[in-house]
Design a protein around this ligand. Structure first.
Ligand code: SAM
Length: 178
């Protein structure tokens, strides 16, 4: 099962940091890639690519102007479209059936107001609590519940650096000479 994240509505002026964090959370919590829509922002794409270069992948990063076409194309290819929104069905009520479904998944998170059509195109509108918070927290909790914590043991390939967990202090293994 592949999982891609579609980050909608990126605004260069306001979302540079949070869109980067959506990408970082997507990668760290086990997604296979991110598609960013909204303003084209080379800085965000480069920052995320550098993280993959240093800390490993595989993790695909790309920009698509036309988010609707992305959703429709993935849907046509048999992917399940899951839109994270506080107005949706509570995550605990649907996570079991999402997990049991072997289809690849496109997980949508918004920034500003998400267009109404997204609620209709989605196979599922899922709430990570029915309270407002952020795309980063919604995505992290969703992926952790989807993978049931297995992302903690995910091995990334082609990494230059790897952390060796310590009770105190920092230990970093240098894997590939830069
Ligand atoms: N008011 C906006 C709306 O109408 O969708 C929400 C903006 S919120 C800052 C940005 C994104 O975070 C949302 O599009 C959604 O993907 C995610 N989000 C925030 N709270 C959420 C929640 N409780 N459950 C699921 N997703 C949430």
């Amino acid at each position: 099962m592949k999982v891609y994240v579609l980050r909608m509505g990126h605004r260069i002026s306001r979302d540079k940091r949070i869109t980067t964090h959506v990408g970082l959370a997507a990668r760290a919590f086990g997604a296979d890639g991110i598609i960013i829509s909204g303003d084209m922002d080379q800085n965000v794409l480069s920052t995320l690519s550098k993280i993959v270069e240093v800390w490993g992948g595989p993790f695909t990063i790309r920009y698509e102007r036309d988010w609707r076409r992305v959703i429709e194309d993935y849907k046509r290819s048999g992917w399940k479209i899951i839109h994270l929104t506080m107005y949706g069905i509570p995550l605990p009520d649907v996570i079991e059936s999402i997990r049991m479904d072997p289809s690849d998944k496109l997980v949508i998170v918004g920034s500003e107001k998400v267009p109404g059509i997204v609620y209709k195109l989605a196979d599922l509108n899922v709430a990570v609590t029915s309270q407002p918070h952020s795309e980063v927290s919604a995505l992290a909790v969703f992926l952790d519940r989807l993978f049931e914590g297995r992302e903690f043991y995910k091995e990334f390939t082609s990494a230059k650096l790897k952390i060796i967990p310590q009770e105190r202090g920092k230990k970093i293994l240098k894997l590939i000479e830069g």
